[in-house]
Write a protein that binds this ligand. Sequence first.
Ligand code: PMV
Length: 330
Amino acid sequence: MMKATAVANANIALVKYWGKRDKKLILPQNSNISMTCDGMTTTTTVEFSDKYKEHSVVINDEEFQKDEKDIHGHIDRISRLAGIKDKARVVSESNFPVAAGLASSASGFAALTVAAAAAAGLKLSPKDLSILTRQGSGSACRSIFGGFVEWHRGKMPDGLDSYAESIVDKNYWPEFRMIATIVQKGKKPVTSRAGMAQTVETCPYYEGWLGTVTDDLKMIKEGIKERDFKKVAQAAEHNCLKMHALMMTTKPAIIYWIPATIEIIQNVLAWREEGVKCYFTIDAGPNVKILCLEKDEKEINKRLLKLEGVIETMICRPGDGAKLIDKHLF
Ligand code: PMV
């Protein structure tokens, strides 16, 4: 088989990855945890053939513009592993905004890796697919798995112990919700790759972050296993605010928030005072993800859509890991 198609869901971190211990292999400074989000999906078809003179990549109907996340380099990594010389044609479609702090690279690189590995004839375990995906884009290695997922920091210099692993699958806690609340659709001003490198180099609080992450990991893992919403959501919100505090105190400052981001934060805090059970998390961008349970989802979504700065929302439950499908995009 020289052609294969995969679908992968995005994931949103509850304990964030923000900083690398090895930039080339993409090894994180700390272990981190995410939920794979049902319905925030990328579908990617990869074909290797001698009829192609070079790799071509089309994402959402546009020819891919080379950036620091080296898609061509990732395809080469996979074809090298498989020992094939053919070039690849890649067509990819996502159903949510790309590069706006909505984890598009996570679903994108997970789908690309699974499709390209299959098209190249590689038979890899989910763990090995996760290690391979990680080398293209760090957080993407979590999207190989569904439900709640931990990406282990690992200790080895070659990164073979730095992979994602399922904590519980998507059916363990089907009532958990993330409402992706979109306030801006454009590309973010500073990529996560550049932003986290700058943070590790210049933020005076980075050691403080690393010193508290272990507690956050423990709390959130326990909370997931106990299905204790408050335990998970409270720790996730705190972890997100610590990450943004790092971003804001690098040199120069990186501030991803826009007024609508703060509008949502303030409202979530006020709604909580009223007894509505909701928390927030935010990645490297202005968009906010609200954490809640199924029973409160409608009320919270209604309130979000009334806010001035909110463009749209997407309600996600725990979703599946990356998988191959039969229907190709070309
Ligand atoms: O893997 P990247 O380069 O897309 O970085 C992800 C960074 C955050 O989304 C902010 C945190 C995370 O763990 O997903």
